[in-house]
Design a protein around this ligand. Structure first.
Ligand SMILES: Cc1ncc(COP(=O)(O)O)c(C=O)c1O
Length: 417
């Protein structure tokens, strides 16, 4: 580890929780130099819905490289981009989901920044409403709309024009949060001006796997319509099939005005982020939001192949089957371990909330023990007290079961200490 400690910035993070050197990965497995193999329940923080080095996608990427396909082209027209746009239009969009696609690059937060900038330009208002518990990225605009005060510490003074509204979580599950927003907007003495947009996640993943109710999302959409506010859905972590349907908001049958996508969209872990914009809102001037890395050609190839794979496989049904398995396993084998445990989730994102054990020592002891036993799984939520289960969607059932058994063993081992 010495070279990393000697040379790499103190800001490095995941490597601290998974202290091994990795060199190869396939499907849902990662292999380290020390000869250990790990089941991956983290999936590159959601960037690997199709697993590591998916055969079909890999073959398309290899052929492209082999043919000296253009690797970098700024945002010029390329045949790789042409094929991606045609496939995305065919598979993900429809007459109801009619969006223009803006390539932002290269990572999720870049698309969030573009969404905020465009929303403010369209509505000529500075304000943004976000939600408590939200996570939208680490650049200054995205950080300003993220709820975790700890990670905002280094971004002093950047949160002006952002108001955090309560998300249906904890005691606020029984409090009418939409009515609260409505009251704030209607009250001329609320002190909070009408925002350009409200940005939300259908499942707050980093927030601790908190699933928004369908009715809440329907009312949020209605509220935005009634108050002339844009609705932006951040589908970076739970889009691309994570909960079954391609977009996570399809569950509520709503159409956001803008959608941000990244992580698994490129299919192979390549950097790619998209902002989807309702056509009438696409008022950018040419080049007004620019950037060098907005068209990673390998990402286009990977993303097209991933959509082709999605079309030819039964991924949505597969997610439903695994959702049922995870739900049963967690409620029947993990929840009964202690009444302090709470379980939440949908599709293939699940959280085991252990905040009632106090602090995050217990949560960290579980994920550390999992790592020792050969499972990579991360924490999320307030003070990192939620064990977040995020396997590749394509994981086979026996590996999924093995990973779950490790979690169960880690609970018993940690409680025995
Ligand atoms: C919902 C959500 N939005 C935005 C981001 C930021 O994406 P990136 O880390 O690629 O900038 C993340 C990353 O975890 C996320 O989960």
């Amino acid at each position: 580890m010495n070279i990393f400690e000697k040379c790499e910035s103190n800001v490095r993070s995941y490597c601290r929780n998974f202290p091994d050197i990795f060199h190869r990965a396939k499907g849902s497995m990662i292999y380290s130099d020390s000869g250990k193999e790990y089941i991956d329940f983290f999936a590159g923080a959601g960037a690997l819905n199709y697993g590591h080095n998916h055969d079909y996608i890999k073959q398309k990427v290899m052929s492209y490289l082999d043919a000296d396909g253009i690797a970098h082209a700024l945002d010029m027209y390329t045949s790789a981009k042409e094929k991606f746009l045609a496939k995305f239009d065919e598979v993900a969009l429809s007459s109801t989901l009619d969006y223009r696609i803006q390539f932002c690059g290269p990572t999720g937060t870049n698309a969030v920044e573009a969404a905020l900038k465009l929303a403010r330009k369209v509505k000529q208002r500075a304000g943004i409403f976000s939600f408590m518990g939200a996570y939208h990225g680490m650049t200054l605009g995205s950080l300003a709309i993220s709820g975790n005060i700890g990670i905002r510490a280094g971004a002093i003074g950047t949160s002006s024009n952002v108001t955090f509204m309560p998300y249906p979580y904890g005691f606020m599950e029984t409090f009418d949060t939409i009515e609260y927003i409505e009251t704030v907007l209607n009250d001329v003495n609320s002190g909070i001006e009408k925002p350009a947009a409200i940005i939300f996640e259908t499942v707050q993943a980093e927030g601790g796997v908190v699933v928004a109710p369908i009715d809440w999302m329907l009312r949020l959409r209605k509220l935005c319509d009634e108050h002339d506010i844009l609705l932006i859905c951040d589908d970076i972590q739970v889009g691309c099939g994570r909960i079954g349907s391609f977009f996570s908001f399809e569950r509520a049958d709503i159409v956001p005005d803008m959608v941000v996508l990244s992580k698994s969209i490129s299919g192979y872990g390549f950097p790619m982020s998209l902002l989807l914009i309702k056509p009438e809102l696409d008022i950018w001037e040419p080049g007004e939001h620019n950037g060098t890395f907005r068209g990673n050609q390998l990402a286009f190839i990977g993303a097209t192949a991933a959509l082709e794979y999605r079309e030819s496989s039964n991924l949505e049904q597969d997610v439903k089957t695994k959702e049922l398995f995870l739900k049963n396993f967690l409620s029947q084998e993990i929840a009964p371990i202690s009444e302090k445990i709470a379980i939440r989730g949908i599709g293939m994102i699940w959280g085991i909330d252990v905040k009632n054990f106090g602090g995050n020592t217990f949560a960290r002891s579980i994920t550390s023990r999992c790592f020792e036993l050969g499972l990579i799984v991360e924490l999320a939520g307030r003070n990192d007290t939620v064990i977040k289960i995020l396997p590749p969607l394509v994981i086979d059932m026996s590996t999924l079961q093995r990973g779950c058994s490790i979690i169960k063993a880690a609970f018993h081992d940690s409680l025995a200490v």
